[in-house]
Design a protein around this ligand. Structure first.
Ligand code: ADP
Ligand code: MG
Length: 262
């Protein structure tokens, strides 16, 4: 599309992951195209969260975890050992199921809390602009503009989740990973988060795990269906254009899953 950024292409190449000797993902390859929304669907336990954590090097924080394969962001190796791990986190943000703002910290400071960690210096005026811009992108500005100095923990769950999205966006990531971001939210907040996702299309590459098939159909361009057989590691059964996947799935297991049969 005209004017769309080309930065933010994230490629997972033959990712295999273990916890100890337990293999939980088997040769997962996925191309998450720049500026698009990719939905990851599949039953619990098939490795979706593990896959997301691998994409931004959080997997490394788990002592028993290991992996094979590669992750590339715009052609660069995300696992480049000469780069600090914070570089990967800055480029690839993450939002979790349970909103986790710093509860005692002000809304304003929550939004800019990632700057220091990412080595970004900004004047007060620059921060003011960044806070407003990030909160607008997260569809939260109108609700909090008069109470920026109040603690983040005082917001509703849905507002806290959008605050976490604003915090992620403040460091200008190329990719935003979202692990069931709406599972703990009411329908109105869910709609707000979906609006935010829609408005970020073309600017940020988004990868969202969701158990809500309607949500996957509404927000994503591409869908990947993960499945783990009994005692088997998770793998991608099918992936492609979201509409095609929901209207005419190629694999009978995808058909059953998207129609709520397991
Ligand atoms: P999903 O997000 O699809 O529900 P997960 O990625 O959370 O799946 O889990 C995939 C598999 O890895 C499961 O068998 C789970 O028990 C296991 N697992 C996840 N996290 C850990 C961990 N920190 N240590 C050991 N096993 C884990
Ligand atoms: Mg999960």
């Amino acid at each position: 599309m005209f004017g769309q950024t080309t930065a933010g292409e994230l490629v997972a190449d033959e990712i295999t992951a273990w916890f100890g000797t337990h293999k939980v993902l088997d040769r997962v390859s996925l191309d998450m195209r720049a500026g698009e929304v990719t939905a990851l669907i599949g039953p619990s336990g098939c490795g979706k969260s593990t896959f997301l954590r691998i994409l931004n090097r959080m997997h490394e924080l788990i002592p028993t975890a290991s992996l094979a394969g590669a992750v590339r962001l715009d052609g660069g190796d995300v696992y480049d050992r000469t780069e600090r791990i914070t570089a990967a986190r800055r480029n690839i943000g993450m939002v979790f199921q349970k909103p986790n703002p710093f509860p005692a910290m002000s809304i304003y400071d929550n939004v800019i809390s990632g700057l220091k960690l990412s080595g970004i210096r900004a004047s007060r005026a620059q921060k003011d602009v960044l806070v407003e811009d990030s909160l607008r992108k997260a569809s939260l500005w109108d609700e909090v503009k008069d109470r920026l100095e109040q603690p983040g923990g005082g917001l509703s769950g849905g507002q806290q989740q959008r605050l976490c999205i604003a915090r992620s966006l403040a460091v200008s990531p190329r990719v935003l990973l979202m692990d069931e971001p709406c599972s703990a939210l009411d329908p109105t907040s869910t709609r707000r988060v979906e609006e935010t996702i829609a408005s970020l299309r073309g600017q940020v590459t988004i990868v969202i795990v969701t158990h809500n098939m309607q949500q996957a159909a509404r927000v994503s361009d591409t869908t990947a269906f993960f499945l783990a057989g009994q005692g088997e590691p998770g793998a991608i059964v099918e992936y492609g254009d979201t509409r095609a996947m929901f209207e005419a799935p190629q694999d009978p297991r995808t058909h059953d899953y998207v129609n709520g049969r397991f």
